[in-house]
Structures are given as C-alpha cells and as structure tokens.
Design a protein around this ligand. Structure first.
Ligand SMILES: NC(=O)c1ccc[n+]([C@@H]2O[C@H](COP(=O)([O-])OP(=O)(O)OC[C@H]3O[C@@H](n4cnc5c(N)ncnc54)[C@H](OP(=O)(O)O)[C@@H]3O)[C@@H](O)[C@H]2O)c1
Length: 306
C-alpha cells in the first residue's frame, strides 16, 4: 500500500517510530510523494495542495482526536477521514478527568484560595455517593473516564446525541434528557466534540439549569464554552468552581480574568496529548485493516462534524 506521511513540528521523530513499528511500510515523505498514486495520507493538518496532488487517495488519517481544526469541505467526498483513537490518549484523558473531579469534590479550589491568604478553614466533607457527576458526550474518552471514576462511588450520568446504554451510568439524550441530567448534576464534565451544534453550548442557560453551587470541567474544546457566561456564573455563586483545559483563544491571553479567578483551576491544553508510539501503532493497525480491505474504525461523519 502506498502511504504519504506529512511531517510537521508535532511529529518530529515519527518517521523513525514508523520504521521501528512497521519496517515493511515504505512511507513517502511529503512533499516527495513519487507518482502521486498513494491511497493513504497521514498528517496533522493537510498542507495546501495535498488532495489535488493525490488523486487516488482513499483514506486520510488525522493525528488528532478531534477534527474541528480541519476544513472537512476541502477533503474530497470519496476520501474517508479517520481521527486518532488510541488507548494512551484515552488513559491520559481519564487521569485528567479523575484529577479534576477529585480537585472539585475535595474542595481543592477553595483550599488553594485559603492557602493564598494563610487561612486555616475546614469545609464540610461531602461523600462521593452524594456527589453527582454528569458527562456531556459518551464517546471513547468519556467511557475511559467513567471506568476510572466508577470505583469512587460517585453517581454517574451522561448525555449523548443518540441514546446509549452503559452499565452503572444513567444515560440521557435529547433536549429533555439534557435538562433532566443538568438538574441532577453537581460536577459537569464536557467531552463533546466542537461541531456547529455544540459550539457555545456551555453557557448561561446550561449553568442556570444546574443546581446552585455546582461545578464545570471542560476538557473538550474552548469553542464550546462561553467564557463570559462562566465568569458571571462563578461571580454570582451559581457555579462554585471550574476546571478548564481548553480556551476560546489559545494560548489564553494574559489579560483573561480566568487566569486569576479564585474559583478557577486551569491547565494549558494538556489533558490528553497524542503519544507518538501509541499513535503510530494505532495508525499502522488501521493501515493493515485498510490493506486487507477490512472496515476502518473511527471514521468521521462529515454531516455531524465528528
Ligand atoms: N483537551 C485535550 O487534551 C483533548 C484531547 C483529546 C480530545 N479532546 C476533545 O475530546 C473530544 C471527544 O473525544 P472522543 O474521542 O470521546 O469523541 P467521540 O468518541 O467522537 O464521542 C463524542 C461524543 O459526543 C457526543 N455528541 C456529539 N455531538 C453531540 C450533540 N450535538 N449532542 C449530544 N451529544 C453529542 C457523541 O454522541 P453519540 O454517542 O450519539 O455519537 C459521543 O457520545 C474530541 O472531539 C476533542 O475535541 C480534548
């Protein structure tokens, strides 16, 4: 099978990893693409001219979990777009979600604030069984996070576009389902993809539907969150805390109020980075499937945008 790899600064060293993991795979390295008869391309973001120069392309492997950075309209309709799904990415996201949930659940946000002021103050403890977790999205990353959260004993629920069934998780879908879940959620975790339908959905209306004093964790994409609505909800006490990994503008501008808000913990988009070896193994497994004529996993639905 003829495969083109487009290296960039994010994928330094990947050519060597491909050589170690799949010595039989002869990658053509962009822009040196030979006859232009490759059927598969692997890259972060497609460079200008990629699709025009590869008329026989069948599969485009994107090296990110989300595809919101791609202009899907630029990809010829017959080319399957495959997103990155890899166990190490899922495990990293599960760790981040557990860290953020425990930080909120055990009042770390308040204790950090107290520490800044050298204030010795004990807050009432809430048991995990009394802290209700609601997940927005029930995809690959959410399921990994739910598996890690389950042993703590939190009541778990989740909302998705289609109705799902997951053991030990109350599953919701649709507008009524969203309202019902939000009304019974103390910690809301967003792992929805950024699509035309989800952009801006984490805003005033969602926060107002949640119980007073609940918290929000966003580890999906900054485009989902209306940051001013979040700040207002925190200032008013409708929300008690937020843990944010992603932002409308990245890097987060120094003048953003989020940096120094006492109810916000933030990280610089590090929840789950692509692990080079895991990613290469995942792409190689998919290439082998393609070579055998088997169905490829994790293809993107262009209409839905994820
Ligand atoms: N911060 C980071 O470092 C980082 C790292 C990796 C990924 N991410 C983000 O995490 C996102 C989720 O990844 P994933 O692999 O879990 O995605 P996924 O497997 O595609 O799952 C997406 C979930 O969202 C649901 N969904 C999509 N649109 C919806 C809508 N309009 N209403 C209700 N539910 C909707 C889907 O519903 P159905 O089940 O019905 O399809 C599915 O359950 C990625 O898109 C990316 O933006 C962030």
């Amino acid at each position: 099978m003829k495969v083109v790899f487009v290296p960039d600064e994010m994928t330094q060293g990947w050519i060597e990893i491909f050589a170690a993991e799949a010595p039989d795979l002869h990658l053509r390295i962009w822009p040196d693409i030979g006859d232009g008869d490759a059927e598969c391309a692997i890259c972060g973001a497609p460079p200008p001219g990629l699709f025009a120069r590869l008329p026989r392309l069948r599969v485009f492997f994107s090296l990110a979990a989300g595809v919101d950075h791609l202009d899907l309209g630029q990809v010829p309709p017959h080319v399957a777009v495959v997103r990155m799904v890899d166990d190490s990415l899922s495990e990293a996201m599960a760790e981040y979600v557990v860290m953020a949930v425990l930080a909120v659940h055990r009042d770390l946000v308040s204790y950090i604030d107290c520490q800044q002021r050298a204030e010795w103050r004990r807050l009432p403890e809430v048991r995990a069984r009394d802290r209700r977790i609601g997940m927005l999205g029930l995809g690959v990353l959410t399921r990994a996070a739910l598996a890690r959260l389950a042993p703590f004993g939190f009541p778990l629920s989740g909302w998705s576009r289609t109705q799902r069934e997951i053991d030990g998780v109350a599953c919701f879908s649709g507008a009524d389902g969203l309202r019902d879940m939000l009304a019974a959620t103390d910690i809301l975790i967003c792992l929805l993809p950024a699509t035309p339908t989800t952009r801006g959905m984490l805003g005033r209306r969602v926060f107002a539907t949640m119980p007073c004093g609940s918290a929000v964790i966003n580890a999906s994409r900054g485009a989902l969150l209306k940051e001013n609505d979040l700040l207002a909800a925190l200032d008013e006490g409708q929300l008690s805390a937020a843990v944010l990994d992603v932002f409308a503008k990245e890097p987060l501008p120094p003048q953003s109020r989020l940096w120094c808000h006492p109810r916000v913990l933030l990280t610089p988009h590090i929840a789950a980075g692509v692990d080079p070896r895991g990613a290469v193994r995942s792409v190689v497994a998919q290439l082998r499937r393609t070579g055998r004529g088997d169905a490829i996993a994790h293809t993107v639905d262009r209409q839905l945008g994820y």
